[in-house]
Design a protein around this ligand. Structure first.
Ligand code: COA
Length: 390
């Protein structure tokens, strides 16, 4: 039976412990902390440990979201994992997350829409619950991008980081709240603006593809930037209009955390001040499909969202995809405290007769092993500084 409404009941995030600062990256490529901060707003990002994988990151965030929702793992009917850095091509990362969170009953599948993945997966979850098919869907956005980066390419390796965010989307017997408006787009003209050439049917992995470095993410930065600034405000506006709301009724926008200048241009495009934009790109870099989920969890837990607030998720990414959701927040933010009961560990059963090669990129490992991260003396926790367009 179709529910009276569909609401977010749980949220959670996980960021690996290890920090990689801009100063660390200066040791790897011809770049500088000043360049990275002024062009992107990023100060540092996280790097997953060798024993972690995309599924374990998603599982910790997912377990936290389930605890916050006050549910048990078996209450989840469907697990969606948005990622462009899966553990394997098959099985799905969602199948591994199902085992890692201790769920025995749910269906599980991955959603691939690159950095828009969290918004696409959220929209998918909402549809399943709205139709009456499922009552509780776990949506995880999780990425382990540092294993897909060329740490000799300064155009890409400075931008991305690892992490996971999750929400539980639930049926409610109370009317009102939840998603009011949705906009999803895909523009294949941008298909090769951010892409990973080898490993698929077009170019299976071989010694030659590895020699060419085709197993790493490639990006046309300026074109991607142009697309992002064009699409984000438009997508957000469409979702807000579909909800029947006006811009001045929006309390907080949670944009994909790719670049502070892009976020500033969304604010400008919407005619909103930056204090209505949630920003944490300075501390995590671009975590792709995880970024909106991580930002949402931090926004709720830091008191930026209260019951009745109208918020917008908006993202763009490879494809080119973009998506926006306008929703009314209904959950008690204090429920976020329940996440503290979840340990920051998860494990995925290893195959019986196979072991992976060392998953850590050697160049990155050399820097990580050279000592603790270089502290940045001007970082004020919880108060990201906004970079300025030079
Ligand atoms: C990547 C990005 C930060 C580059 O900033 P930019 O202001 O556009 O910089 P440009 O690409 O014009 O490069 C300017 C110069 O800096 C250089 N440069 C690029 N990366 C650099 C780095 N890490 N450190 C120092 N210099 C760098 C370029 O080589 C270029 O040099 P040149 O003028 O001698 O050719 C920006 O284009 C961007 O954020 N694009 C969107 C990327 C994104 O969001 N991707 C994920 C999508 S989900």
């Amino acid at each position: 039976m179709a529910p009276a409404s569909v609401r977010i009941t749980g949220w959670g995030m996980y960021a690996p412990e290890r920090v990689l600062t801009n100063a660390d990256l200066e040791k790897l490529v011809d770049t500088s902390d000043e360049w990275i901060r002024s062009r992107t707003g990023i100060r540092e990002r996280r790097v997953a440990a060798p024993h972690e994988s995309t599924a374990t990151l998603a599982a910790v965030a997912g377990k936290r979201a389930i605890a916050v929702a006050g549910l048990a793992p078996d209450d989840i009917d469907l697990i969606l994992v948005a990622t462009l850095t899966p553990d394997y091509w098959m099985p799905s990362t969602a199948a591994l997350v199902k085992e890692a969170i201790g769920n025995r009953t749910a269906a599980a599948m991955d959603v691939m829409a690159a950095c828009s993945g969290f918004v696409y997966a959220y929209a998918t979850a909402d549809s399943f619950v709205r139709s009456g098919m499922y009552r509780n869907v776990l949506v995880c956005g999780a990425e382990l991008l540092t294993r897909f980066l060329d740490f000799s390419d300064r155009n890409t390796c400075i931008l991305f980081g690892d992490g996971a965010g999750a929400v539980v989307v639930s049926a409610s017997d109370e009317p009102g709240g939840g998603m009011g408006g949705l906009e999803l787009t895909t523009d294949p003209d941008g298909a090769y603006m951010i892409w990973l050439p080898s490993g698929g049917s077009r170019s299976p992995v071989s010694g030659e593809t590895v020699r060419r470095g085709e197993h790493f993410i490639r990006m046309e930065g300026r074109e991607t930037y142009r697309f992002a600034t064009k699409t984000l405000a438009t997508s957000a506006l469409k979702a807000i209009e579909r909800a029947g709301w006006t811009l001045d009724q929006i309390d907080l926008v949670i944009p994909h955390q790719a670049n502070i200048r892009i976020i500033e241009s969304v604010a400008k495009g919407l005619g909103m001040s930056m204090d209505k934009m949630f920003v944490n790109v300075d501390r995590y870099g671009n975590t792709s499909a995880a970024s909106v989920g991580i930002a949402l969890a931090e926004a709720v837990d830091s008191g930026r969202i209260k019951v009745g607030d109208r918020i917008v998720f908006v993202a763009f990414g490879a494809g080119f995809t973009s998506g926006a959701v306008a929703l009314e927040w209904t959950a008690d933010p204090l429920n976020g405290r329940r996440a503290a009961s979840v340990e920051p560990v998860a494990s995925v059963r290893a195959p019986l007769d196979w072991d992976s090669v060392d998953p850590m990129p050697p160049r990155l490992m050399a820097v990580l092993e050279s000592g603790p991260p270089v502290p940045l003396d001007d970082v004020v926790p919880g108060e990201p500084e906004h970079a300025r367009v030079p």
